[in-house]
Design a protein around this ligand. Structure first.
Ligand code: XMP
Length: 318
């Protein structure tokens, strides 16, 4: 199959998929877990074009999303595309379960399991759903065939939810999905966004997640993203984020002693994610980031920069 690189190719792919989806689904109802990431957003937009409100999107807010993400999903899909969107505020449910859990693998496991539970509960509330749409892309299939990772999109759902799959982008690579998303009119902030792990900010709040430290991660991440956008770095640097580790150090603010967390900035480039190099930021930008984060984010009294490539360090902290 020819690789999709132009809008014209994307539009003909969209026409073709709209026909295929309509003939597969007929007047049936389709369920989709819509995270707001590139793949699920493109699948949602394609299905909305093909079958409108026969698609039921479920957006689960697990409390570990970045600032503004749930709002963006609601604005783009419910308000602008008139999607049949169910927004599930599961923040307390996730954060209560995660309280006191320090082991990284256990945190990931809880987040994954609870996500499936919440989604399955919403699915059971719906009448007459016979299809499940998924944002599976070609690398997911390749990696699961090669045994590199369990297929993150398949399996997991309880067996009593016996759905037929709708996977319209399963033969596309990520860059092709982005071209299709752009052609479908999705905003750039959604189409060109940087990779973001499924467990979200949970892995950037190392150790036991507390609401105040999670807020410090979310706010500092929002400042970093805003400054990268302003400085023309957002399309250039592969991934960038902040981490707020679970220890405190002494500082001084307005003549008073403080005892607060540090905020670590990580900005990296890679082509294959196996090896990663560090992006060196201009001094003035670093100074500006330090000033903003210290003055705007409660609980932070130091800003650090992570200069470590992968290997030996991984991208995420847990
Ligand atoms: P590491 O930390 O393994 O990260 O060097 C490599 C890339 O994978 C992303 N990542 C994840 N993505 N679920 C995901 O969907 C996860 O649990 C997860 N852990 C890491 C990470 O953000 C980086 O882009």
């Amino acid at each position: 199959m020819e690789r999709i690189t132009t809008t014209q190719q994307a539009l003909s792919f969209i026409d073709d998929q709209v026909d295929r989806i309509r003939s597969q689904v007929g007047d049936g109802k389709v369920l989709l877990a819509l995270s707001g990431g590139v793949d699920s957003s493109v699948v949602a937009a394609l299905l909305i074009k093909a079958i409108g409100r026969q698609l039921v999107c479920v957006h689960v807010n697990h409390g570990l999303l970045r600032k503004g993400e749930p709002e963006q999903v609601i604005r783009v899909f419910r308000d602008e595309m008139n999607a049949n969107l169910i927004y599930v505020d599961a923040v307390d449910r996730f954060l209560d379960l995660l309280a006191g859990v320090t082991d990284p693998e256990q945190k990931r496991h809880i987040i994954g399991e609870e996500f499936i539970k919440v989604f399955a509960e919403e699915a059971k509330k719906q009448e007459g759903i016979s299809f499940l749409a998924q944002g599976t892309i070609y690398p997911d299939i390749l990696e699961s065939e090669q045994g590199i990772k369990a297929h993150h999109n398949v399996g997991g759902l309880p067996e009593e939810l016996d759905f037929e799959l709708v996977e319209p982008v399963k033969l596309l690579f990520k860059d092709e999905v982005r071209v299709v998303g752009k052609a479908l009119g999705l905003p750039d902030g959604m189409v060109y966004r940087q990779p973001f792990p499924g467990p979200g900010l949970g892995v950037r709040c190392p150790g036991a997640i507390t609401r105040d430290r999670l807020e410090a991660v979310r706010e500092s991440d929002a400042i970093l993203r805003e400054e990268f956008e302003k400085n023309g770095l957002s399309g250039k640097v592969w991934q960038y984020f902040t981490v707020v580790p679970d220890f405190k150090s002494t500082g001084v603010k307005n003549g008073k002693r403080t005892f607060d967390w540090p905020c670590i900035i990580r900005a990296i480039n890679t082509t294959d994610v196996m090896e990663v190099t560090v992006e060196h930021l201009p001094d003035e930008l670093i100074d500006h980031l330090v000033q903003r984060i210290i003055s705007e984010v409660p609980g932070i009294n130091r800003v650090l920069y992570d200069f470590t490539p992968k290997p030996p360090a991984t991208v995420e902290y847990e």
